[in-house]
Ligand binder design. Structure first.
Ligand code: CDP
Length: 583
């Protein structure tokens, strides 16, 4: 428990029932017999105060840490900003691991593979998710020098990582998540693309194929491309690029996996290329990282920045929150205890943070702007460019106060004479899967999955939710009734309900009502002003064809996205969110 005494007069957080359930079940500190040893107010104070306390290290800080702790507490409990789950769970505790995202290297030796496995277990235990590129492993059936035997290949080793993950529940609160990446020019690429075709296989992994510019050009020109064995740099064969791309599309159509990442594009934005190449992202794809790097994320809840008097965004308040959030996240780097010395070193060298947003769909509802409109895309760019600019300004201020990140002189900021920053990156858009339940807002930049729906939280437990903005608009028009909510929950969408006025239908669109192009354009609009990447799923109806997915993957490339994930409704993997089709 935090030793920082709670001052009197702190406001009680206003929580929805769902938020309360999640917090009690997964976030409150537990004693030896599983009993809670703090209440929800205590949890938020533990987080705010332990992170604010880091301020004491910096002589030039303009804040008294206890005052700052109250300011952080207010920012968090008003749900204007939330740090990622590990920070909520572990700040001010003995474990003290506060980052959500890690990338580990997997080198081509037995020893190194099993080191990575052990490191992953330690990270999962502390609440973090791990990404790995398996591209450095020699292909299956290559000779193994020491034994004269043959190598098992990346996919076979991934199964061991998957099983280990199954056994290590994250601090008893969440199961570990993994990202597995393979370069498209690895000789085992076809096995990798098909690795999840059997149900339940690699269920603790998201998979992404790392596409190179060369490969994309080969698809465009309908040419072959070379497969290169990583350990000897030997050309092992050739494949027709379009055939590989079409298999990729087919598997994504069947199960949602694999997604794709644009590796060269990610590396073009690598702020510290002298430290090597980025080869992987974290599990949900929003955070490309160097080997042994970790990143802590935080999300601003845009739903809280609507000013009903001006019927506009409260830009001033948003600016204040961005600056405070950057300070908070920079303090989290120091407050966190990392599971390996290599990680501590790397994190302190680059000091990456990832500030993003949630509640985007809710903000659009309040502004009465349809998600699938030019106006929404314009607004997305306006909001994210504001966050990007202000987060950079905040990081610059911190650099003056605390010094730039130690690797600054070998970064692109130095080379491009952009000036010293405290953090090698400042922005990332996370999925906010649980944070959005706690803050009772729409997740990340996603549209609502349904206006009223059933959410599978964990262990088969379900929660029913009705979007509050939808509810309030219906009430204003005298159209609200529990029966209608049932109908909406069954259908997911209101587009075919006759008794709902057009103007409401236009604004209250859900994921399945939105054309896939708009999903992608929204992702691209946010990506334009985000240092790291954007977590987004392009939701498709069950009737979507493989050609549709081909076009989406291609458009993602053309629009400048760093990767893309599709999900076709009703395809075989279990859905985290589902419409409450009760019939
Ligand atoms: O909302 P919350 O902070 O819990 O997490 P999120 O925004 O949905 O996911 C952010 C990142 O946390 C993911 O990309 C993973 O790196 C990590 N994560 C994980 O390790 N295990 C999970 N079960 C969920 C998320």
């Amino acid at each position: 428990m935090s030793k920082n005494k709670m001052p009197s007069g702190l406001k009680e957080p206003q929580l929805t029932r769902n938020a309360e359930i999640v917090l009690k079940k997964r976030y409150l500190r537990k004693g030896p017999n599983g009993e809670s040893i703090e209440d929800i107010k205590g949890l938020f104070w533990r987080v705010a105060s332990s992170v604010a306390k880091e301020e004491q290290k910096y002589e030039a800080s303009p804040y008294n840490w206890e005052e700052l702790a109250k300011i952080f507490y207010e920012m968090i409990t008003s749900f204007k900003f939330l740090p990622n789950s590990p920070t909520l769970m572990n700040a001010g505790t003995k474990l003290g691991q506060l980052a959500a995202c890690f990338v580990l290297p997997v080198e081509d030796s037995m020893e190194a593979i099993f080191d990575a496995l052990k490191y992953a277990a330690l990270i999962h235990k502390s609440g973090g998710g791990t990404g790995f590129s398996f591209s450095r492993l020699r292909p299956k059936n290559s000779r193994v020098g020491s034994t004269g035997g043959v190598a098992s290949g990346p996919v076979s080793f991934m199964k061991i990582f998957n099983t280990a993950t199954e056994q290590v529940k994250q601090g008893g609160t969440r199961r570990g998540a993994n990202m597995g990446i393979l370069r498209v020019d690895h000789p085992d690429i076809l096995d990798f693309i098909k690795a999840k075709e059997r149900d339940g296989e690699l269920n603790n992994f998201n998979l992404s194929v790392a596409l190179t510019e060369d490969f994309i050009q080969a698809v465009e020109k309908d040419e072959e491309y070379e497969l290169v064995s990583p350990h000897r740099k030997e050309v092992k064969g050739k494949l027709k690029a379009r055939e590989v791309f079409s298999l990729l599309v087919q598997k994504a159509w069947e199960s949602g996996d694999p997604g794709i990442i644009f590796l060269d594009r990610i590396n073009r934005d690598n702020p510290t290329p002298k430290q090597g190449e980025i080869e992987s992202t974290n599990p949900c794809g929003e955070q490309p990282l160097l080997p042994y790097e970790a990143c802590n994320l935080g999300s601003i809840n845009l739903a809280k920045f609507y000013d009903p008097k001006k019927q506009d965004i409260n830009w001033q308040e948003l600016k204040t929150t961005i600056h405070l959030a950057v300070r908070f996240l920079d303090n989290v780097i120091d407050a966190s205890k990392y599971p390996l010395p290599q990680i501590t070193e790397k994190v302190h060298l680059n000091r990456k943070i990832g500030l993003g947003v949630m509640g985007w769909a809710d903000l659009l509802f309040q502004l009465k702007v349809p998600y699938n409109s030019q106006q929404a895309l314009k607004l997305a760019e306006q909001v994210m460019s504001f966050i990007q600019t202000e987060s950079k300004a905040a990081s610059k201020c911190l650099a003056q106060e605390r010094g730039p990140f130690p690797a600054y002189k070998e970064s692109i900021y130095y080379e491009k004479k952009l000036g010293p920053y405290r953090n090698a990156t400042t922005t990332t858009i996370a999925p906010t899967g649980t944070l959005s339940i706690i803050a009772a807002c729409s997740s990340g930049i996603e549209p609502l999955f349904a206006l009223s729906f059933v959410r599978n939280v964990m262990d088969g437990e379900t929660l029913v939710e009705v979007n509050p903005y939808f509810e309030s608009v219906l009430k204003q028009k005298g159209l609200y009734s529990p029966k209608l909510m049932e109908e909406v929950a069954k259908k997911g969408s209101i587009q075919k309900l006759d008794f709902i006025p057009e103007e409401i239908k236009r604004v209250f669109v859900t994921a399945m009502d939105i054309e896939p192009e708009y999903h992608l354009k929204m992702q691209a609009a946010f990506q334009k002003y985000t240092d790291n990447a954007v977590s987004k799923t392009v939701n498709l109806p069950n009737s979507a064809t493989q050609e549709d997915i081909w076009n989406i993957y291609w458009l993602a490339y053309e629009l400048g996205c760093k990767g893309v994930t599709v999900y076709r409704d009703g395809c075989k993997n279990a859905q985290v969110l589902c419409t409450g089709k009760a019939d």
